[in-house]
Design a protein around this ligand. Structure first.
Ligand code: BDR
Ligand code: CA
Length: 306
């Protein structure tokens, strides 16, 4: 299985992404790092610890940056609930452990220990990843693959121009997209094809407590608060993990991505040039929906079985 580090801000769709990663035989989650984003860092970290326990994962959690590099924090508690998982209250964590290391040190050292072996998936604001790059630029060589849930070449969701993770910390995103590696950008153009509609959710029946305690209440909350789409909420972050599981699920196109950090109306926009002579990213365009949901449902089944 491919080793993976997950930098996240759980977050309802982050919670689903963690379940997908843990339940997939293709991946071996070797660490989880947390960042302030959907809700503040105390909540995202606690949620990560609760989820690790709840899913039965054996993986260290390291707490990272609580604030963006430059800007004031802005959360999305309207979409994810005050504590980040809608109304869901998970049991107190008993076996999961919070690392005594900062997420940035943890990420750098973990990647350094096995160069070329560990992939990185970033599904929150890019603050920790930018700080890690500044601390140790060689992580661009050490990370096997980098998959980012963030941005859009079409419309945003935080603003008409910007997607939440990039809008939350545009300076960090500019550092990450400006570094000499080749991230896969899983933006809203792709993730809006991954809506948990009624048919998808019917497929979760029979997943026992995972379904009744977590999936149903989370998706109900998310569905009501994540926009006006009756087609069901988009499980953005799970798409980034799915790309690691099977790149064939998601078509990508090489492009040059630059992050707007100055715009009055466009701050946090991922300006995407599909005609650029020197691409710096692979940008996701088309999702194989049926294959995606069967991979997700199968992974959830593995988590539910324990
Ligand atoms: C992204 O923003 C967050 O609210 C979600 O968890 C996801 O990472 C979608 O724009
Ligand atoms: Ca997220």
């Amino acid at each position: 299985a491919e080793k993976v580090l997950i930098d996240c801000d759980p977050g309802i769709d982050d919670a689903l992404a963690l379940a997908l990663a843990h339940g997939s035989p293709a991946l071996d989650v070797v660490g989880i790092t947390t960042v302030g984003g959907n809700v503040e860092l105390g909540h995202t970290t606690r949620n990560a610890l609760c989820l690790v326990d709840y899913y039965g994962m054996d993986v260290p959690v390291a707490r990272g940056a609580g604030r963006p590099l430059v800007r004031e924090p802005r959360t999305a508690a309207d979409v994810h609930g005050e504590t980040g998982l809608g109304g869901v209250v998970l049991p107190e964590p008993t076996t999961s452990r919070l690392s005594d290391r900062h997420a940035v040190d943890f990420l750098v050292d973990r990647l350094a220990a096995e160069p070329g072996e560990i992939s990185l998936v970033a599904i929150g604001p890019l603050t920790n990843i930018a700080l890690a790059l500044r601390k140790e630029p060689r992580i661009v060589e050490w990370a096997r693959r980098l998959v980012i849930m963030g941005g859009a070449y079409g419309r945003g969701n935080s603003t008409p121009a910007a997607e939440f993770n990039i809008h939350a910390d545009p300076e960090a995103a500019a550092v990450v997209f400006g570094a000499p590696w080749r991230p896969v950008m899983i933006g809203l153009d792709l993730t809006h094809q991954a809506r948990a509609d009624a048919a998808v959710r019917a497929g979760f029946a029979g997943l026992g407590r995972l379904e009744s305690e977590l999936l149903t209440p989370c998706l109900d909350f998310y569905g009501e608060h994540a926009g006006r789409h009756h087609a069901g909420p988009a499980v953005h972050d799970a798409c980034a993990v799915a790309h690691l599981i099977d790149p064939g699920l998601i078509e990508t196109v090489p492009a040059r991505v630059d992050v707007e950090t100055h715009g009055r109306f466009t701050s946090g926009m991922t300006v995407t040039d599909f005609d650029a002579p020197v691409p710096n990213a692979d940008v996701a365009t088309v999702l194989d929906r049926d294959a995606f949901w069967s991979v997700v449902t199968e992974a959830f089944r593995n988590v539910a079985r324990g």
